[in-house]
Design a protein around this ligand. Structure first.
Ligand code: LIP
Length: 266
């Protein structure tokens, strides 16, 4: 049985190689390859090339494991491990040249769905800053060699929160209503454009909390583990209060219940 630390080490190594490729391609100029769920939901040639690199590395080093990637979909493995991958999270930032994007790689056990999986290792790598956030279950969350912890005093002046908006304009009114319900808890709001980095920043204490509707499994698989291993809480509108497409919430413990209730509209 491979240890969580070994899986995290592999995720780190592959995320770094993949992120370095993404950075090189960004410097060469980015081509939009297609749109997906909406006109604003773009995929670049680099997204596809980076996911192909990640998938090839995993297939070579962990051929028995399953795979779930944003660009190439799902493939069951014969082991109990599935790799959940967003090759370039923050694709629109990447296409515009905004240096806030990340390679997100997580290893989960059990059924490969957010409602049932158990995350055991993850890496979120931001190439422009060279910041490697990583975690192994029970081993804490880290930025490089520095141990991470969520903020312990997030509410004195109000919480510094982050959120995001979906690609479909028809969802924006509801998202703005959610922001209006949450703002009484906040000192201010950030919208960085890459969910995996929002989770990582909660784990690092750079944010007190994050909430968003519409996240895909690969957006939160690694980041949610970073937050829980840094002493934070994650949840949402899924079964048993789990993170889900309908709503994802991550925060310092002191903020969580109030943030979840406001975000849900409870
Ligand atoms: C993005 C998320 C972001 C969200 C965007 C999009 P992508 O993922 O990271 O938080 O607001 O709508 O889902 O599409 O760049 O992998």
């Amino acid at each position: 049985m491979t240890s969580a630390n070994d899986l995290a080490a592999l995720a780190i190594d592959i995320a770094r190689e993949a992120g370095d490729l993404a950075r090189v391609r960004r410097g060469e100029g980015v081509a939009i390859a297609a749109t997906k769920s909406a006109l604003a939901d773009i995929v670049t040639d680099a997204d596809r090339e980076v996911e192909a690199l990640i998938r090839a590395r995993l297939s070579n080093e962990r051929p028995e494991d399953g795979f779930l990637g944003e660009e190439t979909g799902a493939e069951r493995g014969s082991s109990d491990i599935t790799w959940v991958v967003d090759p370039i999270d923050g694709t629109v930032n990447y296409a515009y040249g905004i240096p806030a994007y990340a390679v997100s790689i997580a290893a989960v056990t059990g059924e490969p769905t957010p409602e049932e999986w158990h995350a055991v290792a993850g890496a979120v790598y931001n190439p422009p800053l060279g910041e490697m956030f990583h975690a192994a279950e029970g081993e804490g969350a880290w930025l490089g060699d520095a141990r991470l912890a969520v903020n312990t005093d997030p509410m004195t002046a109000g919480a510094l929160l982050a959120t995001g908006f979906g690609y479909d304009p028809a969802t924006h009114a509801g998202d703005l209503e959610r922001v209006a319900r949450v703002m009484p808890l906040a000192r201010d709001l950030r919208r960085a454009g890459a969910a995996s980095l929002d989770f990582a920043y909660v784990a690092a204490g750079r944010l007190d909390g994050y909430f968003e509707r519409g996240l895909q499994p690969w957006d939160h698989a690694a980041g949610a583990l970073l937050v829980t291993e840094a002493g934070g809480r994650v949840g949402g509108a899924g079964p048993d209060g789990r993170v889900s497409n309908a709503l994802s919430v991550a925060s310092a413990p002191e903020v969580f219940d109030r943030l979840l209730a406001a975000a849900l509209g409870a």
